[in-house]
Each structure stands twice: as structure tokens, then as C-alpha cells.
Design a protein around this ligand. Sequence first.
Ligand code: TYD
Length: 217
Amino acid sequence: MKQGIFISLEGDDGAGKTTAARNIKNELEKMGLEVVYTREPGGSPIAEQIRQILLDPANKAMDAKTEAVLYAASRNQHVKDTILPALQEGKIVLCDRFLDSSIAYQGYGRKLGADRIEHLNDFVLEGLRPDLTLFFEVSDETGHKRMVSRGDMNRLDQESRQFHEDVRQGFRKIKSNPANTERIHVVNAEGSVEEVLEQSMKIICEFIKSKKDFDHE
Ligand code: TYD
């Protein structure tokens, strides 16, 4: 059976993941690899409908547990419809946010607890985890500036500065968890678009080389 590579991209709002993802996809395709770019919340027709509810700034009254369950629901549909089929076809899946975002935002940002969010997602994921995760790290100052300058802020973007600092702190805790040291690699996202791409490709290419059974022919 063919088996692809599952790569997730993580970081707080304003870390520049989405631009990086587009550039990484281009580079990998130039190398002759097949890449599926996808994102959470969303990434499949039903999951995109859940995304609308989650990010709608009008839904200010959404309870934190409702939010956590909806992110998990979106993820379940996305995994079944998009991620697993692509991996079975031997493709590289480049996923803009995945489980670590739920732990950082709902676990630490909303203070529901990292363990409870992991448990909730265990029901959905049944052990599935990214093979490799790039953590795009920026300072609180840069992240805040980039997010505000983007305009058109979604419901989560509009949360307080304190919320986003808790999220960034959450990402740091996830990264320093010994269970994650092999999977998670940090990209310093303070630099230029070119520098960020170069760091990302170095990590990804080393990973691909180490995965000898990866058969993309
Ligand atoms: P999006 O516009 O895709 O943000 P970005 O470009 O920063 O990735 O919006 C996704 C938002 O949802 C973002 O604020 C992070 C948040 N989120 C969670 O709170 N929990 C999750 O599990 C995921 C996947 C995203």
C-alpha cells in the first residue's frame, strides 16, 4: 500500500503560515512530488461549512466547549474526506493547522485544558498524527502587528491580545513536551519570506530523505 507524508503547519495568527505553505507546495512540486494543500478548520465540503460557523464574527456567544467540539467535528470530516485518501495515494499532505491548534487555542487560549482537548480529539483521530510539524514562531509583537495589518479579522482574530499571548504560550508548551520533540521543528518566522521558505524546505527535505520507504513514483 502506498503511504504519503502528512505535514502540518502551526503557529499563532500572524505567523505567516499560509504564504509559507503556498511557497513550500511550489518547491515540492518542482521536485516532482504530488502535494495536496489543505487547511483547518475546513478542507472538505462539509468541514468548510463548519468553518463558516466557527469563524463568523457574529457568533460571539459561542461557548468554548461548542467551539472545541466543532473544531473536532470539522477535523473528523476533513481526515476522512481529504487527508486519508491523499495519504493512501502516496501524496504529501500539507495541512495549514491541525490538532496542535486545538490544543493551543481551545486547550490553553480558552483554558479548557490540553488533556481534555487531546481526549476529545482521540475519539476523532484514533492515533493519526502528522509525520512532521513545522512550528512558525514569531514574537508577540510581530504576531500582533501582522494580524492587525491583515484587516478582515475572523472571530478568533478578534479575541483579546491576552488570549493570543496564551495561545502562543500554549504552542511553546506543546513544543517543549518531550513526546513531541521528534515531530515538531521550529521555523523562525520573523525573517523574510525567502528565509522562512529556505528553513522550511531544509527541514522537509531532511525528513523526506530519512523516510526511506516513501514511494512517490
Ligand atoms: P484562519 O483564517 O484559517 O487562520 P490562519 O490564517 O491564522 O491559519 O482561521 C483559523 C482560526 O481558527 C485561527 O484563528 C486559529 C483557529 N483554530 C482553532 O482555534 N482551533 C483549531 O483547532 C484550528 C484548526 C484553528
